[in-house]
Design a protein around this ligand. Sequence first.
Ligand code: ATP
Length: 321
Amino acid sequence: MIEVEGLSITSAAGPILRDVGLHVAPGERLGVVGESGSGKTLLAMSLMGMVPDGLSVTGSIRIDGAEMCGADESAWRRLRARRMAMIFQEPMSALNPLRRVGDTVAEPLIRHLGLAPRAARDKALALFDETGILDPERRLSQYPHQLSGGQRQRVLIALALACDPELLIADEPTTALDANVALRITRLLVRLAEERRMGLLFISHDLAAVSRTTERLMVMYGGDVVETGATAEVLRAPAHPYTAGLLSARPSLAAHGKRRLPTIPGSVPPPQELPRGCRFSGRCGQEIARCAAEMPQPVTTAPDSWAACHLLQARAKGAGA
Ligand SMILES: Nc1ncnc2c1ncn2[C@@H]1O[C@H](COP(=O)(O)OP(=O)(O)OP(=O)(O)O)[C@@H](O)[C@H]1O
């Protein structure tokens, strides 16, 4: 569906992206990870034809067989309206604060699909339902500030799905959310990609989120793609030192069962009793709680993934936390 070859983006100050290649087929989920400033967002923007003025784009971006690199704005607009959609990190700033979220989602249905207002409202309601928005009927008439961060991100996903895109680009969609909500959003994206046979390009700093969301992974460093492969394989045996560094700096809970825990730099976050305040659920939560209960001294640490890593690591060493 989308094939990129030799894509480079250059500013007056020099190259930003160099010779990037990727492809996403219908229903396929590709992850992009990389340090801040490595060019992930600009890559996503280039696939939407939205690279800021002043930057030059060369190479090939083929979408459904049509060459889009160098295409004019009207060609991109047609494509953006019907074939591709993008969601961003901060749902609050991506939604119009003065508009009811139901109207926001209904608008492209009226504008691009020509639906009557009543039909657009019904479709918005169905999209709210599909994206797991609680009490969808009532939510339609609410404003963004009346929703939680997770519900706002679901509204943005519903908006992105409005015109049945073939590719969804999600740029750090879980970064502003807490661990539990982030987990639910990534599960939702996987389900939607599978059910709709929609391609997903998932950009993230969070290796745990990437590992549970994508099948293939591309690692970027300083504007270059330094590694690509099956996500599980790249995370199990990284070939590039940058990927290995990323893994040891930000260990993922998903990987804990499969490999030795790396040493975690930095200190444990502010005190808070883990089992009671633990935000993890299911097997992970039980494992962390059991682990905390086994510690020789009371556990006083924050219930986030870093704390969980410390706990599991301490248990592995047979030490107290
Ligand atoms: N309009 C622009 N003009 C010139 N340089 C830009 C422009 N937009 C971004 N850049 C530069 O391009 C590089 C890549 O930026 P980009 O936002 O794609 O990085 P990123 O990997 O998404 O980072 P982050 O994870 O922090 O969002 C950065 O060095 C940035 O300063």
